[in-house]
Design a protein around this ligand. Structure first.
Ligand SMILES: [Zn+2]
Length: 476
């Protein structure tokens, strides 16, 4: 039998505030264990939380970029459960009155446009982290992450393939990054994704029993996990067995999903209104000010690149597809008269180096301005293609300015006309047959002479000068 998978996502994203959600401890990633916590975020008795205004602004921004309705009245609830990484034994979250409701995000997946509905986005605090020491067989608790503001984005069950899930997740990452809400570093856990999956016979309008996949630590893992889980459920149903509602995790090494806990021990969180945090009523003016403070979003940036700089839709999409590269490009074009040339060298040679792992977009060792200068040297025939690549390699390893590198390595095109003439005369004299072929109308051998001359001149003359001289000599 053929089955149709249905999925919904829960995405947790840590907000880029300076301090935590209810205290003044630093909210940045890392730090020596338990050095970024205080009585408030550790939930000691007698402490009182104070809500971080910035965190509320950020979730409202998230709501706007995902086309949500923003609640004019919102309140906080206690979600009670005990776990060693949650010293308070409850998490302050939002149940019936979240900040954002009923949004949507459009994606392109499997070649088709699709609208994914957002059920809600709420604000809550993150829990700490447990570090398990397998060797000594002990577990340690690090509370630095306790109280980092977190938004949870809950979608409707609108996904029917792993490709749709990854396309959506990538789009959410872009929106959050451009809005300045979250840095979306999955490897540091600042954005995390849980997937609910069920399958049902094709044509059926009743959803099957769902399982939840948790702790997916990369998008590649998520894609594999989804496919493995669909396969597992299909095999069960084919054998006449039942899918049990449970939470599962993905084992990256075996490529299989493994049960973590079943519905029997599902929590009853006993939500009740948090008495320490008062509800909020937003005025229209407050919401309007927050909406107006949103920076340029990916779609607007695409349009600026295409309409103002005249670069192609494809190139614009590649650049905008990574916020750090797009910021780098903006830095480059701020000094460069030709944004088009910078775009084509960026999408070509620069991205090739990114794909080879030579450049880390999060940590580009030179400025966009230096990259713009390199592009200018290349397009104005001051550096040959090959030598520009050499300069770029050196910029990657040392971060130095392109002109300093070209000076030191003696890479500038010198337009040495005498050397040019001598070298090409010699090449033509040594290859009389090819020269004869060209003169009798076989234009293809022109490339042969260009290649030989480029190699012999090693950037001492510009391609244009070489071309002109060869053409002139061959038609004599
Ligand atoms: Zn604290």
């Amino acid at each position: 039998m053929r089955y149709y998978p249905t999925m919904g996502l829960e995405i947790h994203a840590e907000l880029l505030t300076d301090s935590k959600i209810f205290c003044t401890c630093s909210a940045s990633f890392g730090g020596e264990p338990n050095t970024r916590c205080c009585p408030v975020c550790c939930g000691l008795p007698g402490t009182l939380p104070v809500l971080n205004r910035r965190a509320v602004e950020y979730i409202i921004k998230a709501g706007y970029v995902m086309n949500c309705d923003i609640s004019r009245f919102t309140k906080w609830d206690r979600k009670n459960y005990f776990y060693p990484d949650l010293p308070k034994a409850y998490q302050i979250s939002q149940m019936p009155r979240p900040v954002c409701l009923d949004g949507y995000v459009d994606i392109t997946a499997d070649g088709a446009e699709k609208r994914i509905r957002i059920n809600r986005i709420h604000l809550e605090e993150d829990a700490g982290k447990l570090v398990h020491d397998e060797e000594q067989r002990i577990s340690l608790a690090d509370y630095n992450r306790c109280g980092i503001p977190l938004i949870e984005i809950v979608t409707e069950p609108d996904f029917h393939s792993a490709e749709e899930v990854t396309a959506f997740f990538e789009k959410i990452k872009l929106l959050l990054q451009y809005a300045g809400i979250c840095d979306c570093r999955m490897e540091q856990g600042s954005i995390r994704c849980d997937v609910n999956i069920s399958i049902a016979p094709e044509g059926s309008d009743v959803l099957g029993t769902r399982t939840e996949l948790k702790n997916l630590n990369s998008m590649r893992a998520a894609e594999r996990a989804i496919k493995a889980e669909i396969e597992r459920q299909t095999e069960l149903l084919d054998k006449g067995e039942k899918v049990i509602q449970q939470t599962r995790r993905f084992n990256d090494a075996t490529g299989e999903t493994v049960a973590m806990r079943s519905k029997e021990d599902a929590h009853d969180y006993r939500y009740f209104p948090d008495p320490d945090i008062p509800p909020i009523v937003f005025t229209e003016q407050e919401l309007e000010d927050i909406r107006a403070s949103l920076p340029e979003m990916p779609q607007q940036r695409m349009e600026r690149y295409i309409n103002e700089y005249g670069i192609s839709g494809n190139d614009a999409a590649v650049i905008v597809g990574n916020k750090r590269i797009s910021d780098f490009y903006d830095d480059a074009v701020s000094v460069c008269p030709s944004p088009k040339n910078v775009a084509s060298y960026l999408v070509g040679e620069f991205m090739r180096r990114v794909n080879l792992g030579e450049i880390d977009p999060d940590n580009i060792p030179f400025s966009g301005r230096d990259f713009a200068k390199l592009t200018e040297y290349l397009y104005s025939d001051k550096l040959s293609q090959n030598n520009a690549k050499l300069v770029l390699t050196e910029m990657i390893s040392s971060g130095r300015a392109p002109e300093a590198i070209a000076d030191e390595m003696d890479l500038w095109i010198k337009e040495d006309t005498e050397l040019l003439a001598r070298t090409i005369d010699e090449i033509i004299a040594n290859n009389p047959k090819a020269a004869e072929q060209y003169r009798s109308g076989d234009q293809k051998v022109f490339g042969f002479f260009m290649g030989k001359a480029n190699k012999a001149l090693k950037g001492a003359a510009s391609p244009k000068a070489i071309q002109e001289y060869i053409r002139k000599k061959l038609s004599e």
